[in-house]
Ligand binder design. Structure first.
Ligand SMILES: [Zn+2]
Length: 273
């Protein structure tokens, strides 16, 4: 057979193959969805779902369940922190705090949010932990976030109980705590201002908040889990009972921390009330 014929034959094969439907990747695997599957996300999570379901999974860690909002999580976060402060003498509380401090230390150098571009998801997750260290976010707040999500899942009759959902939900909260990078500088401007003054100094600012992305959240959740899982195992029942008891006394959905607390330590004041 001549080379030309071989080439023609191969081309025909490719064309006919492309015309066949690919049953492996045909349709979204979510029952009842019926849309064609596609690798639709920038993270390229998989080829099993349609674009909408793939994006939902990427953002929330669940195919069906949306992320818990602040109002839902706040009473749990407050109660968890209050319980931690009351029980600091407990072995597993001390253990979790030490492990969380260990994670901070192992997270590597602090990376400004301006410089995250090009880093792999796992490196970005480590950078989020390094930001917690840099901004001196109290490890107890991170532990409280995990306990809060555990309790929320327990109380939600329609919870997604897969580990992925839990990890992503905690990571979203923690990623926000780590916050962004901020730059401020002065620049001389020669164009006169409204009152004709020139030259003048203007202050410019740049605020960059790292976007929380699917795979970063999964890596972050996976990194946090070993620090808290024994505390969860030994004390989640007690923390939950404390939360139920505390809720009977008032409404606590307006803020994530008890009065006088914030993620950034410079704002923290001892509670005078
Ligand atoms: Zn779908």
């Amino acid at each position: 057979m001549s080379t030309r014929n071989t080439r023609q034959k191969r081309r025909d094969e490719v064309v006919s193959k492309a015309k066949q439907p690919n049953h492996m990747y045909g349709y979204c695997r979510v029952i009842g969805c019926g849309k064609p599957a596609r690798a639709g996300t920038s993270d390229g999570l998989d080829t099993k779902y349609c674009r909408a379901h793939a994006e939902h999974l990427q953002r929330h860690g669940s195919l069906h369940k949306g992320s818990y909002g602040a109002k839902e999580l706040n009473p749990y976060r407050q109660a968890a922190l209050a319980w931690l402060l009351d029980n600091e003498h407990e072995f597993w509380v001390k253990n979790a705090i030490q492990r969380m401090q260990g994670l901070y230390q192992q997270a590597g150098p602090h990376v400004e949010a301006f410089r995250l571009r090009g880093l792999r998801p796992k490196e970005r997750a480590m950078a989020a932990l390094a930001r917690l260290r840099k901004h001196e976010v109290d490890p107890r707040l991170v532990i409280a976030a995990w306990l809060a999500v555990e309790m929320t899942l327990r109380d939600d009759p329609q919870a997604d109980l897969k580990p992925e959902f839990k990890r992503v939900q905690v990571a979203k909260v923690v990623h926000r705590m780590a916050s962004g990078s901020h730059k401020r500088w002065e620049r001389e401007v020669h164009a006169p201002d409204r009152l004709g003054r020139s030259p003048r100094i203007v202050v410019e600012e740049l605020h960059v908040y790292p976007r929380s992305r699917g795979r970063v959240l999964r890596h972050l959740g996976e990194a946090l889990e070993p620090a808290v899982e024994l505390l969860v195992h030994h004390h989640l029942d007690a923390v939950h009972a404390f939360k139920v008891e505390r809720d009977a006394k008032g409404k606590y959905d307006d803020r994530p921390y008890p009065k006088g607390w914030s993620a950034r330590p410079r704002k923290r004041q001892p509670d005078s009330a």
